[in-house]
Design a protein around this ligand. Structure first.
Ligand SMILES: Cc1cc2nc3c(=O)[nH]c(=O)nc-3n(C[C@H](O)[C@H](O)[C@H](O)COP(=O)(O)OP(=O)(O)OC[C@H]3O[C@@H](n4cnc5c(N)ncnc54)[C@H](O)[C@@H]3O)c2cc1C
Length: 479
């Protein structure tokens, strides 16, 4: 496949070169086809759960598909917290996109950052090239939402991709290394304190896995540290964890986390986070060297330049058939799409967008691809209907909660269910084997084999206080 690539019009992810955009619009207006294909050209932005499942439906059909992603891998984010907590290697939760699509001769992949979408000119501009399309599927996922608080963005760790997870693991482990030689007890405790903001599934799973890392692994690795000084604090602004789950399961998760040693602070709003300190809405503070933000997500930033009025969560409103009302050739799916539906909770029913979860993205991907083909062949489009197979979350080793088809499970049985579902959902035979081996190893030994501090130059990890060598008796003749 050839694409237009114009060196003299280089542009960066910070913005699209206006000359290049003008040039591409011209191509488009003149009916030229810089992506030479006699068949309809479909661009899919994002090789995540939504994008890849849409691509699978389009595989082998009489269309040319180009999948674009900034990474060359598909990320299995539900297991990302295990990378951050030294349970899994990064490669186990990611799979090369090219290996997934190579069996379809009509699907290509391009690793690039999409910087602009021009709906009128039917163009997708990346940091290297601009591409015309006949149909577009936007499946760019989500990003952290710091609600405009720059301090949160600057001083907290996110958990949205493999780099985030690796950085978090490296930082936590480095802090324990620094704590070994730290003389000041207050700084030492701060180095061993980890705060997680947000009591949803990510916050709960992360807190459980971190407290187990401390209590089962780091306690043996660092005999010179008083491990009782280490703290894992889970902060939630509302009165309950895991709001999407029934009350009995929420209570079980809370009790389980507390019994494992997580300090859970409910009804505790965070005002801001500065370097090494969390300030709460009541003015109190907590010193912590690692603060993780798991309290808000919004649609991926690419939504912002679309010229469409977004929802409060930065998501793109779509018609029930998953296309834009004003652009029937553009479909939007997964986390970045906002499709209202009737949601039934313990508090009653209400209209709300579908949850930002993998099964919604997968099912939307399939529906959007079928609808796209239906539009192409002038058949009737079908509205998206979500088939809810249930909800689950792990709370450390051998414990989980599961809510499916009116069945509420806790403890070991729920954990086994979680384990099987996640293992089967992982892409790639190698990944399944490696993950199973890692889990079996950790299960039987209580150990985690992956606590290397890698990928960073030593100077990137600054010790908390300047290292000074204490010389009690200056050598004779010293000034
Ligand atoms: C830590 C974590 C844990 C989670 N746990 C669960 C769970 O247990 N169960 C569950 O159901 N869901 C879970 N989720 C949510 C689930 O992963 C998402 O709902 C799902 O990934 C959404 O699919 P998507 O296709 O919309 O986006 P994604 O799968 O995120 O894919 C989006 C893709 O778009 C690419 N992209 C974005 N912007 C650009 C751009 N400008 N240019 C090029 N490429 C771009 C990204 O690189 C990414 O590959 C979790 C998410 C996270 C972050």
């Amino acid at each position: 496949m050839h694409v237009v690539c114009s060196d003299q019009h280089a542009h960066t992810s910070a913005g699209l070169d206006p000359d290049l955009l003008a040039e591409m619009r011209e191509y488009s207006r003149n009916g030229a086809r810089p992506w030479p294909s006699a068949r309809p050209r479909i661009v899919i932005i994002g090789a995540g759960f939504g994008g890849l499942n849409a691509a699978r439906v389009l595989g082998g059909k009489d269309v040319d598909v180009l999948v674009i992603d900034r990474n060359n891998y598909h990320g299995f984010w539900p297991l990302l917290y295990q990378v951050a907590t030294a349970g899994l290697e990064p490669e186990s939760v990611a799979f090369p996109v090219r290996a997934i699509i190579r069996k379809y001769s009509n699907i290509s992949f391009m690793m690039a950052e999409v910087v602009h979408i021009d709906l009128d000119a039917k163009l997708v501009a990346t940091n290297t090239v601009a591409l015309p399309y006949d149909y577009l599927i936007i499946a760019a996922g989500s990003a952290n939402n710091f609600f405009g608080n720059d301090n949160l963005a600057k001083h907290t760790f996110g958990l949205k991709d493999v780099e985030d997870a690796t950085l978090l693991r490296n930082t936590v482990l480095s802090n324990f290394e620094y704590a070994v030689s730290e003389q000041d007890p207050a700084i030492r405790q701060r180095l061993m304190t980890l705060v997680i903001i947000g009591g949803g599934p990510t916050g709960v799973e992360l807190a459980g896995a971190f407290v187990e890392l401390v209590n089962h692994v780091l306690i043996h690795d660092y005999p010179m540290l008083d491990i009782s000084e280490a703290r894992v604090v889970l902060v939630e602004a509302s009165g309950t964890l895991l709001t999407a789950f029934p009350a009995t399961l929420r209570a079980n998760a809370l009790q389980r986390l507390q019994s494992m040693g997580v300090e859970v602070r409910l009804q505790t709003a965070v005002a801001t986070v500065e370097q090494d300190v969390v300030t709460f809405a009541d003015g109190s503070t907590l010193a912590a060297s690692v603060v993780v933000w798991a309290a808000g997500v919004k649609g991926a930033p690419i939504a912002e330049g679309l010229g469409v009025k977004l929802t409060r969560g930065g998501r793109i409103p779509v018609a029930p058939t998953l296309n834009l009302d004003a652009h029937p050739e553009v479909f939007v799916i997964g986390d970045i799409a906002a499709l209202e539906h009737t949601q039934t909770t313990a508090q009653g029913t209400r209209q709300a967008p579908h949850a930002m979860i993998a099964p919604v993205a997968i099912q939307m991907g399939e529906r959007a691809a079928h609808n796209l083909l239906a539009r192409m062949h002038r058949r009737e489009l079908k509205p998206f209907r979500y088939f809810d197979r249930g909800n689950m979350a792990t709370i450390g080793r051998r414990s989980a909660i599961l809510d499916a088809f009116n069945l509420h499970l806790t403890g070991y049985l729920a954990w086994l269910g979680w384990l099987v579902v996640h293992l089967l959902s992982l892409v790639g035979f190698r990944n399944r084997v490696v993950v199973l081996l890692n889990w079996a190893y950790s299960y039987f030994t209580y150990d985690r084999g992956l606590r290397l501090i890698t990928g960073l130059k030593p100077e990137a990890l600054q010790p908390p206080t300047p290292r000074r060598i204490q010389v009690s008796n200056p050598p004779e003749g010293a000034p």
